[in-house]
Design a protein around this ligand. Structure first.
Ligand code: FAD
Ligand code: NA0
Length: 456
């Protein structure tokens, strides 16, 4: 009987799985029966953003945490698909840090070319899953959000690609209940325009805090205070931005910090990260992990230890994104079809433990980039995913981190070279700080919004 593969989620990871099978089909292989469920009406995952917060039009939790004026936070050269370059998609060189709509267009371009849309059931949410040990089959109950009808589908292999940056982690702070201003989580942030002239407090010290903070600066916030739990980010912030240790409590509009300082704020943004949540899976198949580069219990970061018919894509914290999801999907495909033989449970566990041990000893961000590079190398070496110069990409990550450290408001104006095509990015017509139109139309066609028209 033909293998039946179910995929839950059609974001970049789920699309990578579709593309992996399509690539095999184009090379003459028989491919399984594939069915992918996507709760939104279009694919793209986080990149298919929404103006909504809370619940979507079907009463489902809004998935995307992205917002207006979100520009790529890493160089596009670090995430380029090795089988579909930016040059191929845009037909000309572009800058290294495009806005969301441009990257969304790029993701879509590859899958539209591959004709894999036919495998996706849109507006269909996975509700419940069971696994029958005797038959080794998954039964997945899904709901068609247009008709509200539920159906069950039976699969031999199940791929979980629902992402892990959509269920907020929102800790309690003493007195926050009576804070008179706005309190929101980064997941519900849709744009910083309304923060013009306001005094803002971001709690958290990672990408969301940094980017929402600098978005707010760009849109004219009066001041930005970033409150960290473990360590400050330490960038060269603009003059209106400071880092403080953790908030101990709020008293009215005043936040008190653990170093004894205090400040009055108009709004608080909880940039405190996200939870891994898989409400459609039973607990024994559900990954529980903090946001780390190597979650435990997944062999090669992909195969569920206790049930090797179950796969997770994109479950780790991410330096690499689209190309890592590809490498994982190619690996998962080959495990599913038997092209890759899995070692015993004990050998798989030993391999996981080696990675976890190495992860625990990572001294800094450069080492983290190398760690994920080595992880990707193992996956790519095991499959026919088109190889690319991983050491060069690791160096790009390090250059990018150095640029960020030197100039948090200017790193997106830097240029990087593609390791896939060798093409050097072109300077964008507008410096990021001045770019107030993030549409693809403006990005591709200008005109510049720099006062000097981009001349310098
Ligand atoms: P997602 O993109 O989250 O897609 C998961 C999909 O699963 C969604 O389409 C969702 O609707 C669907 N789904 C969820 N639950 C169900 C269900 N029960 N049934 C059916 N479908 C379901 N990466 C970068 O490379 N560069 C960036 O600049 C960047 N910026 C980011 C900014 C923000 C604010 C966030 C949160 C993330 C950012 N990322 C960025 C990382 C981003 O998560 C990845 O690029 C990528 O979107 C992850 O793909 P994914 O498919 O694993 O998950
Ligand atoms: P993210 O920044 O939303 O990025 C997700 C942060 O929350 C850590 O700093 C952590 O501190 C802090 N935190 C957690 N619990 C806390 C508590 N109780 N009190 C105080 N602080 C707390 O989340 P994380 O997980 O990176 O950090 C959590 C993803 O979104 C990333 O992949 C990023 O790439 C993406 N993103 C991208 C962009 C752009 O591209 C913008 C935003 C987000 P600690 O102490 O654990 O260090 C533009």
């Amino acid at each position: 009987m033909t293998l039946r593969v179910g995929i839950i989620g059609a974001g970049p990871s789920g699309l990578a799985q579709l593309r992996a099978f399509e690539s095999a089909r184009q090379k003459g292989a028989d491919i399984p029966e594939i069915l992918c469920f996507e709760k939104q009406s279009d694919w793209g995952g986080q990149w298919n953003n929404s103006w909504r917060i809370g619940l979507d039009g079907s009463g489902e939790p809004v998935h995307s945490s992205m917002y207006r004026h979100l520009w790529s936070n890493g160089p596009k050269e670090c995430l380029e698909f090795s089988d579909y370059s930016f040059d191929e998609h845009f037909g000309r060189p572009i800058s290294s840090f495009p806005p969301r709509e441009v990257l969304f267009d790029y993701i879509k371009g590859r899958v539209e070319k591959s004709d894999v849309r036919k495998y996706v059931r849109f507006n269909t949410v996975a509700r419940h899953t069971t696994y029958n040990e005797a038959t080794q089959e998954f039964t997945v109950t899904v709901e068609d959000l247009k008709t509200n009808l539920t159906e069950t589908h039976v699969f031999d292999k199940l791929v979980v690609s629902t992402g892990h940056f959509h269920v907020p982690s929102a800790p309690e702070f003493k007195g926050i209940k009576t804070f008179p201003g706005e309190v929101l989580h980064a997941h519900d942030f849709r744009g910083a325009e309304r923060f013009y002239g306001k005094n803002l407090l971001m709690i958290g010290s990672s990408y969301s805090a940094e980017d929402i903070g600098m978005q707010s600066h760009k849109m004219g916030a009066a001041s930005i205070t970033l409150s960290y739990r473990t360590a400050p980010m330490g960038y060269h912030w603009p003059a209106n931005t400071v880092e403080r240790p953790l908030v101990t409590h709020f008293l009215g509009p005043t936040a008190h910090f653990s170093d004894g300082t205090q400040g009055d704020f108009d709004a608080v943004v909880l940039c405190t990260g996200y939870q891994h949540k898989y409400p459609f899976l039973p607990s024994e198949m559900s990954l529980k992990s903090p946001n780390v580069l190597y979650p435990g219990n997944l062999y090669k970061g992909v195969v569920w230890q206790q049930n090797t018919n179950l796969f997770y894509l994109g479950a780790q914290d991410q330096y690499y994104t689209f190309n890592m999801f590809d490498a994982q999907a190619w690996f998962a495909r080959d495990v599913m079809t038997g092209a890759i033989d899995l070692p015993s449970l004990a050998d798989r566990e030993a391999d996981i433990q080696l990675w976890l041990k190495r992860q625990a000893a990572l001294p800094d961000h450069d080492a983290e980039a190398d760690f994920q590079t080595d992880y990707l190398r193992e996956l790519i070496d095991a499959t026919d995913y088109p190889p690319f110069d991983l050491d060069a990409v690791s160096q790009l990550f390090k250059d990018w981190m150095r640029h960020k450290h030197d100039d948090i408001l200017g790193y997106r104006d830097m240029l990087h070279r593609s390791v896939v095509t060798g093409t050097m990015a072109t300077k964008h017509h507008t410096r990021w700080l001045n770019a107030m139109d993030d549409s693809m139309e403006r990005y591709l066609n200008g005109p510049s919004q720099d006062a000097d028209n981009g001349a310098t």
